[in-house]
Design a protein around this ligand. Structure first.
Ligand code: DGY
Length: 332
């Protein structure tokens, strides 16, 4: 792809807010002058971010970066924000659109990997895998006994998906191998999912009442913030397992802690939290019936490399007059 010059005749300037895999960096350096925050593990501090985007034509961001009016004020030349995530609740999309800035994301490449993680949480929570490991590590494994660490079967159970987009559909396909009965609730019905997996659409509350596993995979929006609270947990079966691999604020976390303390739902598997990262002193960390992992949905080497590379391709395409593969908005 030929590099398109900026109005001042130079190559476009790109800023990466994190150290990325070499493969992704090379996509950017082939077409752009590159500046980057050089830590892989630590987000760029806000003040440094606002300084660094000052002369950037495009910015590759992570879900740890807030992209809002303040960011845009600090980045007057910015024409594209390429977010390395499928979710983009860290971005004020309307503000970008108003200012003519394109937003892109990284769907598809993480679908199957994230569905695997959902499955890991379902199995681990229902079969008490982490509790079992903790027992051994603490030297507390006594005699085999009939009811020791007994959990609930995944096979043959009823799975209720709240959110049936790409990842929800990939979870549903896996459920067929476990002989599960499939229910889903979504903004709109999905005839394709129903035909492929036999999943039946249900109203939200009915799905909560009747499912053995309730799996949340909705994007975080104004409508889904706080979707799961005390009332919703009270509707679930006392044996239900609740899994959230969407975004933390979709759940009222204080309500979930209380609900898990009372044992309804019976257990939870959580990849995401209201405010990340959480520490060892977080109330969920003290609950044996909460299986908690630090936002690992897409965390395989191959998928994270694919996400970074796709974000880089989106960025470069937007800066060089090409067609970015994954536009989110339609800026003026
Ligand atoms: C996303 O892409 O939105 C995930 O949460 C991180 O992989």
């Amino acid at each position: 792809m030929a590099a398109q010059s900026t109005p001042d005749g130079a190559r476009p300037r790109a800023y990466l807010t994190r150290a990325l895999p070499e493969q992704a960096r090379q996509v950017v350096t082939a077409a752009c002058d590159l500046a980057e925050w050089d830590s892989e593990s630590q987000p760029v501090p806000r003040a440094e971010l606002l300084r660094a985007v000052g002369d950037a034509d495009g910015v590759l961001t992570l879900l740890t970066d807030r992209v809002d009016e303040e960011f845009l004020d600090a980045a007057p030349r910015c024409r594209v924000v390429a977010n390395m995530a499928v979710g983009y609740d860290n971005v004020d999309v309307d503000a970008l659109t108003r200012r003519g800035v394109l937003l892109t994301n990284t769907p598809d490449v993480l679908t199957e990997t994230t569905a695997d993680l959902v499955w890991a949480l379902m199995l681990a929570a229902a079969r008490r895998i982490v509790e079992g490991t903790d027992v051994i590590r603490a030297g507390q494994w006594g005699a085999w006994s009939p009811s020791f660490l007994t959990g609930y079967d995944v096979h043959g159970a009823t799975l209720g998906l709240v959110g049936a987009g790409r990842i929800g559909s990939a979870v549903a396909r896996r459920a067929q191998g476990f002989g599960m009965t499939l229910r889903y609730h979504n903004r709109s019905r999905s005839p394709a999912l129903e035909a492929e997996t036999g999943a039946q659409y249900q109203p939200f509350e009915q799905l909560l009442r009747e499912s053995d596993f309730v799996v949340c995979l909705v994007p975080l929006t104004g409508q889904t913030r706080g979707l799961f609270g005390a009332a919703e947990f009270a509707l679930m079966k006392p044996t239900a397992v609740f899994v959230n691999a969407a975004r933390g604020p979709v759940v009222r976390e204080g309500d979930l802690v209380e609900a898990l303390r009372r044992g309804r739902p019976w257990a939870a598997g959580l990849d995401v939290f209201e405010r990340e990262p959480i520490g060892a002193d977080h109330p969920l960390a003290a609950l044996p019936n909460a299986t908690i992992v630090p936002h690992l949905g897409s965390a395989t080497v191959r998928t994270r490399t694919a996400m970074a590379t796709l974000a880089a391709r989106n960025l470069v395409a937007a800066l060089t007059g090409g067609n970015p593969p994954n536009p989110v908005n339609r800026p003026a």
